[in-house]
Design a protein around this ligand. Sequence first.
Ligand code: SF4
Ligand code: SF4
Length: 187
Amino acid sequence: MNDGELIQIVDAALAEAARKSGPWLVCRAGCAQCCIGVFAISGVDVDRLHRGLAALAASDPDRAARVRQRARESVERTLEDFPGDAVTGILDEGGDAEARFDEFANEEPCPALDPESLTCDLYASRPLTCRTFGPALRVGSGAIAACELCYEGATEEEVEACAIDLDVQALDPDDGDVRTTVAFALR
Ligand code: SF4
Ligand code: SF4
């Protein structure tokens, strides 16, 4: 499956999730809580972000330069505690790596986030995590994940009724093989 096909499947599933959730879902431009805190991305995300940044550099070089600058600053700010290879940006695996990453840079804004408009400068190229966060998703274990800002006042049964099944990791051709961060991908 190529990246275009992957994105088509994921975006179609999320459109269905949004349809089922209706007004319980409060995602909107300018709501950026989910863009704060570093998360892991895989190789397909890195390649897509690179393509998105190259396209932005062609259409709006100043904006692309600001993204790169924010990425470089983010890496510098967080390098001391980076739980991985500080040169390549590849995250450590095994041992206590996951626990260290859980504690890493939870207040750090994503460098693709425009700090004034609070919108994503690379929206069309955003990682799978960004595409799938928000609506109620039933993951492999059967647990349901959703943004804490959505489904306010909903019962467990109401959230259950909105949930869709989507195992993004199973669809990811890299299967999490390459794990890095948006800042390292864009710096
Ligand atoms: S996932 Fe949550 S934080 Fe992100 S846009 Fe939707 S409601 Fe806002
Ligand atoms: S890539 Fe875009 S949508 Fe994803 S966290 Fe960064 S700013 Fe938010």
